[in-house]
Design a protein around this ligand. Structure first.
Ligand code: SAM
Length: 159
């Protein structure tokens, strides 16, 4: 399986970089992982709703240009659908069985994802109603994808 994670914004915190590197390394046993990190647009303080939409649109265009046509797209969105770890594992397993071997996960920047990106996605995945910073979200996603592969392969993993 080819997994691409398209993310808006860089990882600045060292402790997150270490965690991301660790789970990327662990995942390399199960899939071909590619992380595409896109520059976020500068957002001034006290930004208007209209300016927010313009920035999200610009970031969204960059995201869309990094999605392959044949890819199954999972957008991370607070308002999306929540899955248990077992359900996410099942979803990834079913996609492989159905011949979808290219999966793209998308993590938005601090302002979130544009409508165009959400419309392109095949599934919107929520990790709860809480808002997580995009940097931390990347680590959480990698850990959950790793957990999925452990579940799919019937390998032990702490509950
Ligand atoms: C700081 S959040 C953006 C917050 C923005 N106000 C919004 O509503 O999307 C940055 C990105 O992290 C991801 N994210 C944050 N919390 C999430 C959650 N609970 N479930 C799924 N994705 C989340 C989303 O991709 C989001 O675009």
């Amino acid at each position: 399986m080819n997994i691409r994670i398209v993310c808006v914004g860089k990882i600045k915190e060292k402790y997150l970089k270490l965690g991301i590197d660790e789970f990327s390394k662990r995942l390399s046993k199960y899939c071909k992982l590619e992380i595409v990190e896109l520059d976020d647009e500068k957002a001034p303080e006290n930004i208007s709703e209209k300016e927010i939409e313009i920035i999200k649109d610009k970031e969204g265009k960059k995201v869309l240009s990094n999605i392959k046509d044949n890819s199954y797209v999972v957008a991370l969105a607070i308002e999306g659908k929540s899955l248990s770890s077992e359900e996410l594992a099942k979803k990834l397993e079913n996609l492989t069985i159905q011949g979808n071997s290219n999966i793209t996960f998308i993590i938005g920047g601090s302002l979130g994802l544009s409508k165009e990106v959400l419309d392109r996605s095949n599934f919107k995945l929520s990790f709860s109603k809480m808002t997580f910073p995009h940097q931390l979200m990347r680590l959480i996603l990698l850990e959950q994808v790793y957990r999925s592969f452990r579940i799919i392969n019937g390998e032990p993993y702490h509950k």
